[in-house]
Design a protein around this ligand. Structure first.
Ligand code: SF4
Ligand code: MG
Length: 317
């Protein structure tokens, strides 16, 4: 399979002044194959959005690189950069804040077309209508304003806006986290349908494993700027290896009440430590119930412990 996106040893450190710095992404590596959905999961502040934003070129990496379709995103000439910018679009978490309240839906959706000089005149409006229908809205909606829509409808508008310029790759940064539970599945199903129709590749960012379950082919779990586990999603749900992934999974309620009662739960104690002053050794050790002495001394290596199953944990080294 073709690797559409290659993230290689990506580190992004922000300088905060007063000699302080924050490493939001620490030596993160993964590939995204063409046509798949890669789920990127972790608590807020773990570096998922920073990783996404660096991939798309909004941030310059401190070290490491991102290759998109064979091109280095951060070293591309400006002509190549503008092509890459069009090929990578984003869907945002908050469908309330991400749509300009003073623009009507046609203007919002066609802004990218305008900026890229695509579909002129009447064709542009036809494209807007086509996009509205693709996301399950109607042509009559084109002249309305964001406040006239529900959260789910607004996210559909955000999706139409992202698709307008025909990108092969979409980063969805917590696209369903702000929506009612009843609407979340609709948006996920829409994204799956569009993926098939438009041959899209997704990076789907979420803060818990339940949200990415029905859409991801593979999943990467991040904790405090580090990728701690990566595998095919069935494998990750059935036999998670990293103690953090195990704890995240045990937090997802099981529908069967008898099963739910008999289940062992791993509660993750305490809060995520400050990324300004992360723990020595394994970043998860302050909350890990099976930490050993070595966990404070040495950072576990990111390694393939089973075919296509990567983990960073001393239990497997
Ligand atoms: Fe826990 Fe040690 Fe594994 Fe970190 S390396 S997850 S502290 S066992
Ligand atoms: Mg985020």
């Amino acid at each position: 399979r073709k690797k559409l996106v290659q993230v290689k040893n990506l580190t992004k450190t922000f300088t905060l002044g007063k000699g302080l710095s924050l490493t939001a992404a620490d030596n993160v590596s993964f590939d995204i194959y063409e046509g798949e959905t890669f789920g990127l999961v972790g608590e807020s502040g773990c570096g998922k959005s920073t990783t996404g934003r660096t991939i798309i070129g909004l941030y310059q990496p401190t070290t490491g690189e991102v290759i998109f379709d064979g091109q280095n995103v951060h070293q591309a000439s400006s002509a190549v950069r503008s092509k890459l910018t069009r090929q990578m679009q984003m869907i945002f978490q908050d469908p309330y804040a991400s749509l300009n309240p003073r623009m009507n839906i046609a203007e919002i959706i066609s802004e990218g077309l305008y900026l890229n000089g695509l579909y002129k005149g009447k064709e542009r409006m036809n494209r807007v209508i086509e996009l509205l229908e693709m996301v399950g809205l109607q042509r009559e909606h084109a002249n309305r304003f964001p406040h006239e829509f529900s959260g789910g409808q607004r996210q559909r508008i955000g999706i139409a806006r992202a698709l307008a310029v025909n990108p092969p790759f979409i980063i969805a940064d917590e696209p369903i986290s702000a929506l009612d539970v009843s609407v979340q599945a609709q948006v996920v199903n829409l994204m799956k349908k569009l993926q098939q129709e438009q041959k899209l590749t997704y990076l789907f960012i979420a803060h818990d494993l339940a949200m990415v379950k029905h859409i991801s082919d593979r999943i990467g779990v991040m904790y405090l700027g580090n990728m701690v586990e990566l595998s095919a999603s069935e494998i990750l749900y059935e036999s998670p290896k990293h103690p953090y992934t195990q704890a995240l999974l045990s937090a997802i309620p099981v529908p069967d009440p008898d099963l739910e009662k008999s289940r062992e739960r791993t509660i993750i104690e305490g809060d995520v430590p400050s990324p300004i002053n992360p723990p020595s050794g394994c970043v998860f050790r302050t909350r890990c119930s099976v930490a050993k002495a070595v966990c404070a001394e040495k950072k576990p290596i990111w390694q393939e412990v089973d075919i296509n199953h990567f983990v960073a944990c001393h239990l497997y080294q």
